[in-house]
Design a protein around this ligand. Structure first.
Ligand code: IPE
Ligand code: IPE
Ligand code: MG
Length: 224
């Protein structure tokens, strides 16, 4: 049976869910946050150590301002209301991506990271304004400046995921089979599950089914 140490999720399908059931994309984002809460709980129950959630890509800035503002308000409220409790649960929060938001949100994110930095039960990596290509370019630039060798170890060391093991399992909800610029380097040997369900409809049962299937996969890493 495979060990499961790190689950990464592309939480896709909020907008379509919102349109279908509430005639509003933003209502889908609100509902999607409930799934986030459910999956965090299950991740702890399953004793998984790392959970990486793709919440906003570097390409998502191309969306209408109204939707972007709604998303970041949602995040701001979530952190303001929930960070104390996450901290109490011994959860560490880390932001992947560059913090180029409002002054208030940047501060809230940094403070949340600082407050929870010593926690050990579960590390949640929240990918916000994250793009894998820009992360890789950043890493190569730092290697160039430091004049150290370009090799696997050094690239890993200069990525934002430094000290985070590669995901064992990637789940993408929303019935789309693509990576959308998410962790291109780190997912080299991850097991990938593309799920038909939209993120707000995804639940504990779906998560358990995937984990069960993952545990029985023969992972080769090039061997036989
Ligand atoms: C959520 O799903 C992902 C975010 C960018 C917040 P979407 O908003 O992409 O939902 P769909 O794919 O349009 O249904
Ligand atoms: C990927 O979803 C990004 C997040 C889930 C945050 P998108 O909805 O932005 O992906 P594309 O544009 O359909 O590939
Ligand atoms: Mg989408």
């Amino acid at each position: 049976m495979n060990r499961l140490n790190h689950v990464a999720i592309i939480m896709d399908g909020n907008g379509r869910w919102g349109i279908k059931y509430k005639n509003s994309r933003n209502a889908g984002h609100k509902e999607g946050l409930k799934t986030v809460e459910k999956i965090i709980k299950e991740t702890i129950k399953k004793k998984i150590k790392f959970l990486t959630l793709f919440a906003f890509s570097t390409e998502n800035w191309k969306r209408p301002k109204k939707e972007i503002n709604y998303l970041f308000n949602l995040l701001e409220n979530f952190l303001t209301n929930r960070i104390k409790d996450l901290h109490k649960q011994n959860i560490k929060l880390k932001i992947l991506g560059s913090k180029k938001f409002s002054k208030k949100l940047n501060k809230l994110l940094s403070n949340s990271e600082k407050k929870t930095s010593k926690n050990t039960k579960l590390q949640i990596n929240l990918a916000l304004n994250y793009g894998s290509k820009s992360e890789l370019i950043g890493a190569f630039k730092k290697i160039q400046i430091s004049k150290c060798q370009i090799n696997e170890k050094n690239i890993g060391r200069y990525l934002q995921t430094k000290n985070i093991p590669d995901p064992d399992l990637l789940i993408r909800t929303g019935n789309t089979k693509r990576l959308s610029n998410f962790l291109l380097w780190q997912l080299a040997y991850s097991e990938i599950f593309f799920e038909k369900k939209l993120w707000p409809a995804f639940n504990e049962k779906d998560f358990h089914r995937i984990i069960k299937e993952y545990k029985n996969i023969k992972r080769n890493f090039g061997r036989i």
